[in-house]
Design a protein. Structure first.
Length: 273
């Protein structure tokens, strides 16, 4: 375990940006806009889940409280930043349908014991850390985006990598078993992939680019090429089902390197001490 630094991102998110902000590419911009739409309510759910979970741990396991504090600080910052990002996306006429589905599912999950909410959080956090690793390994994906938006996404990816183990550790400390851990990952996979596809397609439809050949050429290149997101991330996703899996097994060198070399992009405002 390590201390998690809570950082204030020093970029301008007051000025608007183009809907196709990623170098004019309709598909990659719509995909990232869809992902951002899920963050405000999704990350609030993660925060609330770990708050519930940590309350159920015995005093001798209170060492996780420091990790959870850092996790909550980072996720709360992500939530606020993406609310500001989404404001500009909505001003272009995009509509967030994903959020409504998330809220309905949260209401159902919250009727269950806290350990299930923590298991769901751990599954989603694995997804975000896998995507973060891909983004950090493929900086060319955002090379044509405005610098401030490149910084936003790379900072978010670095912090997701940094706190990738917290919800998993809390689930284990609560006595979570392997059966439910894997069941929730299967459920999360179905929901996440269908939700992001639906929201991305809706974004493209409203943008007027859903039925253009160039859109789907971009989708094939970014998702299914040899170094595409889905193709190259499948093995890392599948590792979650191994009995001996732990998120810390995934290398965080690129995350640490980005945070070290871009200290001018953020201000440390606290640590999980």
């Amino acid at each position: 375990m390590s201390d998690l630094t809570i950082r204030k991102l020093l970029i301008d998110l007051e000025a608007p940006f183009e809907l196709r902000w990623n170098g004019g590419d309709a598909f990659s911009s719509a995909l990232m806009n869809a992902l951002s739409m899920s963050f405000p309510v999704g990350e609030q759910f993660f925060i609330d889940s770990l708050r519930r979970g940590i309350k159920e741990l015995s005093p001798e396991k209170s060492l996780f409280a420091k990790e959870v504090k850092g996790f909550i600080g980072q996720e709360a910052t992500h939530r606020r930043i993406h609310e500001r990002f989404n404001h500009h996306v909505f001003n272009h006429g995009m509509v967030n349908h994903w959020e409504k589905r998330i809220l309905r599912r949260i209401a159902l999950i919250n009727q269950k014991k806290a350990i299930h909410a923590v298991a769901v959080t751990a599954a989603y956090e694995h997804y975000t850390s896998v995507f973060a690793a891909w983004l950090l390994n493929h900086p060319d994906f955002l090379a044509q985006a405005p610098q401030r938006l490149q910084t936003l996404w790379m900072w978010h990816a670095s912090e997701e990598t940094e706190h990738r183990s917290v919800s998993f550790d809390v689930y284990r400390a609560m006595g979570g078993n392997e059966v439910w851990r894997k069941r929730w990952m299967i459920t999360v996979t179905i929901f996440f992939l269908t939700d992001i596809l639906r929201q991305t397609c809706h974004n493209l439809w409203r943008d007027g680019s859903l039925f253009k050949l160039s859109t789907w050429r971009s989708a094939r290149r970014h998702l299914f090429a040899k170094e595409g997101l889905l193709t190259s991330s499948f093995a890392a996703w599948k590792q979650y089902f191994r009995a001996e899996f732990h998120p810390a097994q995934h290398d965080d060198q690129l995350s640490r390197q980005w945070l070290q070399t871009h200290q001018q992009a953020y201000q440390a405002i606290g640590q999980s001490t």
